[in-house]
Design a protein around this ligand. Structure first.
Ligand code: HEC
Length: 281
């Protein structure tokens, strides 16, 4: 059923003759972000960029009011509680996750992904949580495992609600990782020849059959989500799903390539407020 909807969507899009106006190569991240914001606000002058944190709902008042009603009594409250217990349960050595982060892990998620100069690569919050585990003698979780790492991010990220996204790209190595992520975002691949940008830039705010497409700015601030109210999705699981929907092989979750994509994609939301655990269709 799902696949059928996507196929209809693709057929509809093929007819539109999408033009891919890629963001200028090697511009600064802040310039990239501003250019993308300008693209959207030129097209939709009445939708304030702050509303982009609601994704496709920013373009659909009815769905947004349904969302508001659901968010008053979130059906996933019990998952947040389970996750809080995970976060607070000490490791075998008596330490906790809070001990690994500045400010006990509060108001930090907006700094991730960050470029770790010593490691020479991008570190996501998920990686940082795993680094905390291994530094304390625990085994790392599998990054794509929703029952362990996925669930842990529910509470871990909620500690940063309200923080403004603040992804930094400084120095040549960080810039190279950012440019690598940008390349993935704009690369048209697979039999169907779609890039992330084909949908989430060129067709953001466009309703194609039953799917209203969200803009890339604002995408990275609200993870994880609960689809249908109870199905947990992390941001990289969502990337993998979008790759699959256009019949592309996804990079593995937690790979450098996927992390670089998250790095670029998150920097596009710099300045927007974080809010973990939201409802999505
Ligand atoms: C064929 C069009 C298409 C392509 C290509 C595509 N997506 Fe999506 N994506 C969708 C649709 C449809 C949804 C669900 C509606 C929405 O929220 O936009 C979605 C949802 C998302 C969401 C969740 C938005 C939210 O607010 O919950 C993210 C994040 C995302 N896509 C990122 C990506 C990335 C990164 C790529 C490239 C790897 C990509 N998408 C490629 C169509 C696409």
């Amino acid at each position: 059923m799902k696949q059928k909807i996507i196929m209809k969507l693709l057929t509809a899009m093929a007819g539109l003759g999408i033009v891919l106006g890629a963001v200028t190569a090697h511009a600064s991240p802040e310039k990239d972000r501003q250019e993308m914001v300008k693209f959207y606000t030129d097209k939709y002058p009445n939708v304030p960029i702050e509303d982009y944190v609601y994704g496709a709902l920013a373009f659909d008042a009815d769905s947004k009011s349904q969302y508001d009603a659901i968010m008053e009594f979130p059906p996933f409250d019990s998952e947040i509680e389970k996750s809080r217990k995970m976060w607070e349960t000490p490791f075998k050595n008596g330490k906790t996750y809070a001990s690994c982060f500045p400010n006990g892990g509060k108001q930090i998620a907006g700094n991730y992904p960050m470029f770790d100069e010593a490691k020479g690569k991008v570190v996501t919050l998920v990686d940082a949580l795993n680094n905390c585990r291994t530094a304390n003698g625990e085994e790392a979780y599998k990054v794509s495992d929703l029952k362990t790492m996925g669930l842990l991010t529910v509470y871990a990220r909620s500690l940063s609600d309200g923080m403004l996204m603040n992804v930094k790209v400084e120095g040549p190595k960080a810039t190279a990782a950012y440019e690598d992520g940008k390349k993935y975002f704009f690369a048209r691949k697979g039999q169907l020849n779609f890039a992330c940008a084909s949908c989430h830039v060129q067709n953001a705010g466009v309703r194609l059959r039953s799917e209203l497409i969200s803009p890339a700015v604002g995408h990275a601030v609200h993870w994880p989500v609960f689809r249908g109210g109870d199905k947990l999705f992390t941001i990289q699981k969502r990337y993998a799903g979008c790759y699959k929907s256009v019949r592309q092989v996804s990079m593995p979750q937690g790979s450098d390539a996927m992390n670089n994509l998250e790095y670029f994609h998150s920097a596009l939301s710099n300045g927007l407020p974080m809010k973990a655990n939201v409802f999505r269709k």
